[in-house]
Design a protein around this ligand. Structure first.
Ligand code: NOJ
Length: 562
């Protein structure tokens, strides 16, 4: 074993997007009491940690990722008392709670920003990033917002611009200011002292911006044209210094789990964030495999992908973090389409491909993250009209590209069907009753109409469901350290449709075979890998026997003779 044992390496995490999980009071919005009413379900699944997307006070421009009070709960979700009850309910079941920490930006309705915008000499002015316009009032630089349009907003009160990498209601905090940093550390301590067990840090690699906030220079750029600017704020000059400070002042004082959301990181960057001797974070969410189906024009430019590309990316991360750092393993979350629709087959082979992908997540080396509904094989949704969509990223993009940019409506609607964040945000499908048991009222976002067939009640009644397969995977992880700590070795590196590897820990050696296609695939392995002791887990009811041919989307994990 090359790495030290730790609870966060052995854990399986389940992400809850509270707005869409379970409503308890009929207002159509999920809430904390709703989650509390489903704790037995989570316990049955067997997960170890819940990652709760933000529940803090928020005007919900970006569903809670715009926080107006870091130390209180959003009205729609309940009260601090409900939150305490949730924490106690989780702990009583041996489940830990990881909170979402959104500290690259706040809401423009946060008291700090209200003060900050009020005058140039307000003591909170420097909590945010303000700049005067140019000679002709032009924006301080040409960066675009990640949610479309310019990253700068002119504020009437003082006639200066503030920076917002996301929506104009999410002004960026100024990490250069030590008072701001201390205020954030104090807030983190407030939650950790209440017994929070972990923190997921939203776009944490964007907190340090390059001095001078330079414009993107590119010969193809027309005057006044916007450009990404990520090279000036992703993995910026002081980010490691800031994280080490945060670690020394806060994180190191608690036995907690930390994961940083870090778009655009390379393996080398990730090692800097997570190597054990650097005292920053424990793991990061990298995005390379999430960009696999994006064309040259970015996320909404849909491109085909294939297993060779996906395997090359995942393998690079497995190999790259083998000795230092630690991988997070995920194929979807609240910002991404549903994994079975994206990487599997959400029609005929929905159950087979959902369980095959689940096998991948639980048998690569790293910590698996399950996104709510993944465990019953929930799929993407295709709303026919734009009015059915709620997500600010989607709506801004549509306005930018179609209303403002003349792009074709149908093409963009199709891109939304494939990539839109609302794919993941349709309410959790609990049963076949009206609104899937999610709410007695009108849901804030429409349900996926397939809830009458795909729902928790159905899954719990079917021994061959995705749910029970996930339950088995999670149980296996608890009994078999090889799944957590075993060395990963790639096999059949050029195979078009099969992802195959071994995991080895001392005398224990497991073989994982995954068919990423809807046709049978013969497997050709060296003789020593054919000495199978037993099938540990497989996603077809009857064993294939000698694993000569993998059926469509078949997954098989075998214990080998060593
Ligand atoms: C990443 C979060 O996951 C996403 O939902 C959010 O919109 C942005 N960061 C901004 O906070």
């Amino acid at each position: 074993m090359s790495l030290k044992r730790a609870f966060w390496k052995e854990a399986v995490v389940y992400q809850i997007y509270p707005r869409s999980f379970q409503d308890s009071n009929g207002d159509g919005i999920g809430d904390l009491q709703g989650i509390i009413s489903r704790l037995d379900y989570l316990e049955k699944l067997g997960i170890d940690v819940v990652w709760l997307s933000p529940v803090y006070k928020s005007p919900n421009d970006d569903n809670g990722y715009d926080i107006s009070d870091y130390e209180d709960i959003m009205d729609e979700f309940g009260t601090l008392q409900d939150w305490e009850e949730l924490l106690a309910g989780l702990h009583a079941r041996g489940i830990k709670l990881m909170m979402d920490l959104v500290i690259n930006h706040s809401s423009d309705e946060h008291a700090w920003f209200v003060e900050s915008r009020s005058s140039k000499d307000n003591p909170y002015r420097d909590y945010y990033i303000w700049r005067p316009g140019g000679e002709n009032g032009e924006r301080p630089n040409n960066w675009s917002s990640i949610f479309s349009g310019p990253a700068w907003e002119l504020d009437e009160a003082t006639g200066e611009y503030y920076l917002h990498l996301f929506s104009r209601k999410q002004p960026d905090l100024n990490w250069e200011n030590p008072r701001l940093r201390d205020a954030l550390y104090k807030m983190m301590t407030f939650w950790l002292d209440k017994g929070v067990d972990g923190l997921r840090m939203d776009v944490i690699n964007m907190i340090s911006k390059v001095e001078g906030l330079p414009s993107v220079q590119h010969e193809d750029l027309a005057p006044g044209e916007l450009a990404g600017g990520g090279e000036y704020y992703m993995n910026g000059p002081r980010v490691h210094e800031f994280l080490q400070e945060m670690n020394a002042k806060v994180l190191s004082k608690y036995n907690i789990m930390t994961v940083g959301e870090t778009p655009g990181v390379t393996v080398e960057d990730a090692i800097k964030y997570t190597a054990e001797d650097r005292n920053e974070l424990q793991m990061v969410f990298q995005f390379e495999h999430m960009d696999i189906d994006s064309g040259p024009a970015g996320k909404w430019d849909i491109a085909p992908w294939n297993l060779k590309q996906l395997r090359a990316i995942l393998h690079k991360w497995q190999a790259g973090l083998a000795e230092q750092g630690w991988n997070s393993l995920y194929l979807n979350n609240h910002d991404q389409p549903r994994m079975v629709s994206r990487f599997g087959n959400d029609g005929e082979y929905r159950v087979q491909s959902a369980t095959m992908l689940g096998t991948l997540l639980h048998t690569l080396k790293g910590t698996p993250y399950i996104y709510q509904g993944e465990e019953i094989g929930m799929t993407n949704v295709k709303f026919p009209v734009l009015e059915d969509y709620q997500d600010i990223e989607t709506l801004n993009m549509y306005r930018d590209k179609v209303t403002g940019g003349g792009a074709d409506h149908e093409t963009i609607l199709q891109a939304i069907h494939t990539k839109g964040r609302d794919n993941a945000r349709t309410p959790m499908q609990w049963d076949a009753s009206e609104n899937a048991g999610f709410t007695a009222g009108t849901p804030w976002l429409k349900l996926n109409p397939n809830y009458r067939e795909i729902n928790v009640e159905q899954a719990l009644a079917d021994p061959d469901s995705v749910f029970y397969y996930y339950q088995r995977l999670i149980k296996l992880r608890k009994k078999n350290p090889v799944m957590v700590y075993g060395e990963y070795n790639l096999l059949l590196p050029d195979h078009e449709y099969i992802y195959a590897y071994t995991r080895t820990l001392a005398e224990e050696r497991w073989l994982v075979l995954l068919n990423f296609s809807d046709v049978p695939q013969p497997v050709d392995l060296p003789a020593e890998l054919q000495e199978i002791k037993e099938l540990v887990i497989g996603n077809y009811p009857e064993e294939a026997g000698a694993h000569g041919i993998l059926r469509p989307y078949e997954a098989g994990v075998y214990r080998l003779n060593t």
